[in-house]
Write a protein that binds this ligand. Structure first.
Ligand code: DX5
Ligand code: ZN
Length: 218
């Protein structure tokens, strides 16, 4: 089962409920929320209050991607706001095993994110404990960037790692995903596809969502 996760980073937040409704009706599987603090990444977006608002708009799982320093401090806040999946960056967290355990303890699925320059192999001793591995296909911080070309190879490595450990985590990609780039990451073995600007910066949000979803069904 391949899943589409529109990122509301690129949505018109003055119309959040309507934007979420449009993607939900057109085939979205998860709602992806990009949390940026201006420290771990240069940009600032939104926090638990907006996640709580998104939670009220949909029954779909809320997929929270934390691009913040010291994410451990905020896990409970995001879970209480309604996050179903919480992912933290490998590059930021020192005691990753503890953080993963904590995310599960509070009832969420636990994900680890790696930047484009972080090798998949560093996850060897944490991968069997996670629910989701998010592979960044742009440098995190902004929507609308171009897909980085060695990403397919990294997805294949993640698929191999999963197999070698007999693990069952989902593999997600995030950044520069559109109707062209989605094909090669799908072929590489990815499970969950985040898309921001290719869905929301489109005159027809419903059609853009349905087009990506159809490519995943073929
Ligand atoms: C980037 C974020 C992405 C972003 C993707 O730092 O993690 O989720 O919304 O946006 P697009 O799809 O426009 O590259
Ligand atoms: Zn993201």
């Amino acid at each position: 089962m391949k899943l589409l996760a529109p990122s509301i980073l690129s949505a018109d937040l003055s119309n959040l409920a309507q934007q979420i409704r449009l993607v939900e009706m057109s085939g979205a599987d998860w709602i992806h929320c990009d949390i940026m603090d201006g420290h771990f990444v240069p940009n600032i977006t939104f926090g638990p209050f907006l996640v709580k608002a998104a939670r009220k708009c949909t029954k779909l799982p809320i997929d929270v991607h934390l691009m913040i320093e010291k994410p451990d401090k905020y896990l409970d806040d995001f879970r209480n706001a309604g996050a179903d999946i919480i992912s933290v960056h490998f590059e930021e967290v020192v005691h990753l095993n503890r953080t993963i355990n904590r995310i599960k303890e509070i009832g969420a699925k636990a994900g680890v994110v790696i930047n484009p320059s972080t090798p998949v192999s560093v996850l060897k001793d944490i991968a069997e404990y996670i629910d989701l591995l998010l592979i960044m296909t742009v440098n995190p911080g902004f929507g609308g960037q171009s897909f980085i070309s060695n990403s397919e190879r990294r997805i294949v490595e993640a698929v191999e790692l999963r197999k070698s450990l007999n693990a069952d985590f989902l593999i997600e990609v995030d950044g520069g995903i559109n109707k062209d780039t989605i094909k090669s990451v799908l072929k590489a073995g990815c499970d969950v596809f985040v898309a921001g600007s290719s869905i929301f910066h489109n005159d027809n949000i419903s059609a853009a969502t349905a087009e990506l979803k159809n490519l995943l069904l073929t």
